[in-house]
Design a protein around this ligand. Structure first.
Ligand SMILES: *Cc1c(COP(=O)(O)O)cnc(C)c1O
Length: 235
């Protein structure tokens, strides 16, 4: 049996950091979900995190959710956080709690269609490319409201909030402006009183910048490396 004690230690530290960031910003830690990003991580190690109370798991590939779905059992909740291809929506529509990465009308329409088939309403986030990075998916900040107005018309989709993948930086502090702007974007769009739109989720912050994100209002932080250590993509 391998010693996976480092995982529980990591989680304990991250929780302390989240608590401290909440304290600094006058927030309640209960309002922040620590999503364990389990991509490339095997089931044995994921179970250690679940035993520490992290039962919401983030994956960026449909294939990995399919493979881990049965072995992980019913007590976990899966979040799809990565780019989702339209033709794969059907595989995960009844398996995931939240899709973080909606960034095209075509994808939203397919989610709506598959959700309708399964007689469910799918919770989604709109991925916003806050830093306007060439390499990143996501709608532009200034196009987000218009995009959401179109999603608001789809009966089997519920837009719960916004998600961003901030730039990869040395110091998480550098991303504060993007987190702050995204919170403001959510507040501004909510204030438009669009029918069916009342967003309450901000998915932002990863291993390098989750504390800053929490200070700026994140309600979901997506942490992988910080929990499980460096990812091994060779397997
Ligand atoms: C991999 C991934 C994360 C986690 O990144 P870490 O730096 O390992 O914490 C968060 N969000 C998305 C969308 C990812 O693909």
């Amino acid at each position: 049996m391998e010693d996976y004690g480092y995982i529980s230690e990591n989680i304990e530290n991250i929780r302390k950091n989240i608590d401290a960031a909440c304290k600094r910003s006058g927030r309640d830690p209960k309002d922040v979900l620590l999503l364990a990003v389990s991509k490339t991580v095997d089931v044995d190690r994921i179970k250690v995190a679940v035993d520490c109370g992290l039962n919401s798991l983030g994956e960026n590939r449909v294939q990995e959710i399919m493979e881990k779905y049965e072995p992980m059992g019913e007590n976990v909740k899966w979040h799809l956080i990565g780019h989702l291809q339209t033709n794969k929506v059907k595989y995960i529509i009844d398996k995931v709690e939240l899709i973080h990465s909606v960034e095209s009308i075509k994808l939203a329409e397919e989610i709506n269609k598959q959700a309708k088939k399964h007689n469910l309403v799918m919770d989604v986030l709109v991925e916003v490319n806050m830093a306007d990075e060439e390499s990143k998916f996501g709608v532009k900040p200034e196009e987000t409201e218009g995009f959401i107005r179109e999603l608001a018309l789809m009966d089997n989709i519920r837009v719960r909030g916004l998600m961003t993948v901030a730039p990869n930086v040395e110091n998480g502090e550098e991303n504060r402006v993007y987190f702050r702007n995204m919170k403001q974007l959510l507040v501004d769009i909510n204030a438009k009183n669009i029918n069916n739109i009342n967003m309450d989720i901000l998915s932002m912050g990863m291993t390098g910048d989750y504390e800053t994100a929490v200070e700026e209002g994140a309600t979901i932080v997506r942490v992988g490396t910080g929990i499980f250590g460096k990812r091994d993509y060779t397997k």
